[in-house]
Design a protein around this ligand. Sequence first.
Ligand SMILES: *Cc1c(COP(=O)(O)O)cnc(C)c1O
Length: 375
Amino acid sequence: MEFIDLKTQYLKIKPQVDYGIQKVLDHGKYIMGPEIDSLEMELATFTGSKYALTCSNGTEALVMALMAIGVGAGDAVFVPSFTFVATAEAVVLVGATPVFVDVDRESYNLSVENLDAAIKMVRSEGGLRPTCIIAVDLFGQPANYQEVIGLAKSNGLLVVADGAQSFGASQNDINVGAIGDITTTSFFPAKPLGCYGDGGAIFTNDQSIAEVIRSIRVHGQGIDRYDNVRIGVNGRMDTIQAAILLEKLKIFPEELVARQRVADRYAAGFLGHPIKTPVILKNTKSAWAQYTILIENRDAVIDYLKKKQIPTAVYYPRPIHTQAPYASFPISPMGQKNTEYLARHVLSLPMHPYLSPEVQDHIILETISAVKIFA
Ligand SMILES: *Cc1c(COP(=O)(O)O)cnc(C)c1O
């Protein structure tokens, strides 16, 4: 049994993917080839965002987004501590200061109360400029954007949506990519839409931000390759990855439906047991990057499931603010209670569009048995 089954997916579209890769080998435009343009058009259409820019990975997408809006030394950027490390890493890489905010116990996403307290703290201390919030759409569910954007507006802050796990999700009928000032995503193989290597994208409705990112992506290029108008990076996506994504994007809508079906089956199966299943906000659709439950005696349950050959994962066992390189950055005065609780209790179960009902029922039964044995 696979935690994420990429092989079944590949076999389903093998001729098209192989042909797409072969075409790139034949035309030889490995860097910024025609598939990049086609994919960017498809991604803009899919998300409903005006500008979609492909890039090398989801971390570089965050770095370039922060560079494009001028975040740097002296700026405070509010980030959750319960996320993949890249969210905070990007902030440090551009020279700004991450301020760690707790998450909500139910949605696993930014706690707006805790965020408000952190913003007030930074304002009253006066050392750093509150500049930006990076809201993470953890496990595929968009953050509570209505409230996060409201709070950002009243404080004059920008919102970068870290949609690395939520490509394909939506909120109030707006797709991830078109929510917030800038959205970044990742096409790492294990994300909802993955390529066969590293890849990412940045979405915005703002033409001037899009133009600046286009320039940053190739070393701060101006009118031509040897005209450099700003400091940039090498942040391009490989043409081969774009060719793969063009084919994967075609079956992505039906995969999202299948992921929802798997999530619904887990929720129904665990009903009435001491297993807390994910809570999805009103008018919100998750991309179900992960199916993450909360249980007691997690380590014993993991061992039991491992013996039954059921793979599981813990995202994330160590909050970022507790890790050495990040331990000296500020945290919200309201603390990190939920983050610390979640780090001890979360367990992610196999989740992918090709999980059969039979296999899934087996996972459900064994998980229930394990939770009972170690209660
Ligand atoms: C995966 C991930 C990233 C980084 O994406 P890469 O493509 O691996 O660089 C950033 N933020 C979050 C929340 C992620 O899950």
